[in-house]
Design a protein around this ligand. Structure first.
Ligand SMILES: C[S@@+](CC[C@H](N)C(=O)[O-])C[C@H]1O[C@@H](n2cnc3c(N)ncnc32)[C@H](O)[C@@H]1O
Length: 252
């Protein structure tokens, strides 16, 4: 997968995308990440990329010209190598990012993220994009942190990025539920013991325990997720049982 990021602060990405799993995935050729400082495309003699809003008002807006020209250059570079991918504008008014959105983006071969700054964008920049995405209901100073989070969560679903040993499908949210509790050695730490079933070697019992614990944790912490989770018959029966444990008088 190729990922392009348009930002006025390209150095911000070195600390995250060049390290750890994402850094290794780039070294091994699973990802090809390019960060473009779109200031280099401005035709303004003072190298400005922003201006005051027509009609007045506080703050400065990113101008269309540098971003349009940067996008033209990227499109020219990838033409013939990658199919037309998605272009994502970071914007608090966009679609809320979540695990389903990450899985959806991971199907693409080319993604471009546009990071805003200052008071926002000249509205015509929206003509360039397929998506507008928000990290959540709060306002960041720029789109960089939001783009980093989206790239990080998305590339976990790109084959090869996590290596052969782990699967993102067992993670919280991937199957509509929170993840079950996990333990590692020692089996007894300061008197806090690992649940016996996990050291029993009985794989069927461990599977059942994990399923029950994932449902229990989701019911306790994020019951909203259960409204849309696609549960198997076995999970539905366990959930009914858990609900009865919590509130024996609840309607069945
Ligand atoms: C200070 S914000 C501009 C906020 C804008 N005036 C508004 O009220 O929607 C500057 C830039 O940060 C990015 N940004 C801020 N909050 C964000 C969020 N929750 N999700 C994604 N990007 C965000 C966007 O790129 C935005 O254009």
């Amino acid at each position: 997968m190729r990922i392009d990021i348009l930002s006025l602060f390209p150095d911000m990405f070195d600390a995250t995308l060049g390290q750890s799993i994402v850094g290794r995935a780039q070294d091994e050729g699973f990802l090809d990440i390019h960060v473009t400082d779109f200031r280099q495309y401005t035709t303004d003699k003072h190298r400005h990329v922003d201006d005051t809003p027509f009609g007045g008002g506080a703050g400065m807006l990113l101008q269309a010209q540098p971003i349009f020209d940067a996008m033209d250059a990227i499109n020219k570079e990838v033409e013939g190598t990658y199919p037309k991918g998605r272009v994502i504008l970071m914007d608090p008014a966009g679609r809320r990012f979540d695990q389903d959105y990450a899985m959806e983006l991971a199907q693409e071969e080319h993604l471009t993220f546009i990071c805003g700054h200052y008071e926002g964008y000249d509205e015509r920049i929206r003509q360039l994009v397929t998506d507008e995405a928000s990290l959540g209901d709060y306002v960041l100073t720029g789109g960089e942190l939001a783009a980093m989070v989206m790239v990080d969560a998305t590339v976990r679903f790109v084959p090869g990025v996590l290596g052969n040993m782990s699967s993102p499908m067992g993670d919280s949210f991937s199957n509509g539920l929170l993840e079950y509790p996990q333990y590692t050695r020692p089996a007894d730490f300061r008197g806090m013991k690992v649940p016996e079933v996990l050291t029993s070697g009985n794989h069927e019992k461990i599977r059942e325990w994990r399923m029950r614990e994932a449902l229990k944790r989701t019911l306790e912490r994020r019951p909203d997720l259960l409204k849309t989770a696609k549960l198997s018959r076995e999970q539905q029966i366990i959930l009914q049982d858990l609900k009865l444990d919590l509130d024996p008088d609840a309607p069945k």
